[in-house]
Design a protein around this ligand. Structure first.
Ligand code: NAP
Ligand code: ZN
Ligand code: ZN
Length: 351
């Protein structure tokens, strides 16, 4: 099925209309009309060739929501007309220990998981993401959406920004009695604030943007720290159980490690194109502090997060854009000028 999409042909080519082939649904497949797709900073890293191994043409987009148009004979959980989502993965080996645990993002199979765009992480055929009119996905990687249809544009970012913050918050036990910091209040960070607050943790936002302070409190933060202000940073020393760092550029991690309690952990989810400066060892050893990483989230935990958000009326704060405005959206994202996620209305692509 020829499908309308927006693609970039090289790291320096602007996005433009492109046609891609989507497979007709096989027995295990769900065919989806894409209604909205969120714009993740990973889309930008990939389209601009900042990460290793990008294949072109590149059609990014892994915060996909839409309606089922057809299902294969073996599909029982979905039916035409149903609201569904697709996140960062469309396949994995299904048999390795990580896949069996529902942690498909850590698939240990020969090529790892298959990204919704830019193909298998271990190399192989390219895949095309959500900057397109439709997608066909194996039912295992399709999520059920129970939010109201009117909220759909704002649900899209849960499929990456939501799960990428939910997974470490849950894994490292964010909840009542815990103090959690979220660093960088963009797409991921604003979801981190909402989810940490909803899980019952004392939540502190760290931002470089003084104009965001009041809004970050409205999102659910108990306190907001301007990370460039050394006095404000020093006042938080040694007090955090967990810090989730979403910043997309290399920076000094020591400033945040110093804010952890004994046995506290800072989880890096931001994925800059080049490494952070090496952290100071003494800062870690004296309080048995840890720096960890976390990648998106597995399919069962993504469904758990979507259901939690539907129950607690949590969606993303979005600015809806046309597909044709993507270059401008990227330029604004690089200036931290997005409140707090762009969501593309795919009707603009079909027009
Ligand atoms: P985003 O919307 O651009 O947000 C990043 C935020 O970082 C900005 O809004 C800004 O917040 C802060 N920031 C920007 N420049 C900074 C600087 N020079 N120093 C300190 N802070 C700065 O990006 P996103 O979509 O949330 O993605 C963030 C990162 O996570 C990207 O690298 C992305 O690829 C990565 N990611 C990783 C995973 C994973 O599985 N680990 C999944 C999705 C995305 P303030 O204005 O509040 O400072
Ligand atoms: Zn993403
Ligand atoms: Zn696997």
């Amino acid at each position: 099925m020829q499908t309308k999409a927006f693609a970039t042909q090289s790291p320096t080519t602007p996005f433009g209309p492109h046609s891609i082939e989507r497979r007709a649904p096989g027995p295990e497949d769900v065919a989806i009309e894409i209604l909205y797709c969120g714009v993740c900073h990973s889309d930008l890293h990939t389209a601009r060739g900042e990460w290793h191994g990008v294949q072109y043409p590149c059609v990014p987009g892994h915060e996909i929501v839409g309606k089922v148009t057809a299902v294969g004979a073996k599909v029982t959980r979905f039916k035409p007309g149903q609201l569904v989502g697709v996140g960062c993965m469309v396949d994995s080996c299904r048999t390795c220990p990580s896949c069996r645990e529902g942690l498909e993002q850590y698939c240990e199979g020969p090529v790892g998981f298959t990204g919704t765009y830019n193909g298998p992480v271990g190399g192989g055929e390219n895949t095309y993401g959500g900057y397109s009119a439709a997608i066909t996905v194996d039912q295992h990687f399709v999520l059920a959406i129970t939010h109201a249809e009117k909220d759909l544009a704002a649900v899209a970012p849960l499929l990456c920004a939501g799960i990428t913050t939910w997974s470490p918050l849950k894994h490292w036990g964010a909840g009542p009695g815990k103090k959690v910091g979220i660093v960088g209040i963009g797409g991921l960070g604003h979801m981190g604030i909402k989810l940490s607050h909803a899980l019952g943790a004392k939540t502190v936002g760290f931002t470089t943007s003084p104009d965001k302070v009041a809004e970050i409190k409205r999102l659910g933060a108990d306190e907001v720290v301007i990370s460039k202000d050394e006095k404000q940073m020093a006042a938080q020393a040694g007090s955090f159980d967990l810090i989730v760092n979403t910043v997309a550029v290399p920076h000094n991690l020591d400033a945040y490690v110093s804010l952890l309690k004994r046995d506290g952990t800072m989880v890096l989810v931001g994925a800059p194109a080049s490494p952070h400066p090496s952290p100071a060892v003494f800062n870690l050893v004296f309080r048995r502090r840890a720096i960890a990483g976390s990648l998106i989230g597995g399919i069962p935990e993504t469904q758990e997060m979507l259901d939690f958000c539907a129950k607690h009326n949590i969606v993303s704060d979005v600015e809806i854009i046309r597909m044709q405005d993507i270059e401008n959206a990227y330029a604004r994202m690089l200036k931290s000028d997005v409140k707090y996620r762009f969501s593309i209305d795919m009707a603009s692509l079909k027009a």
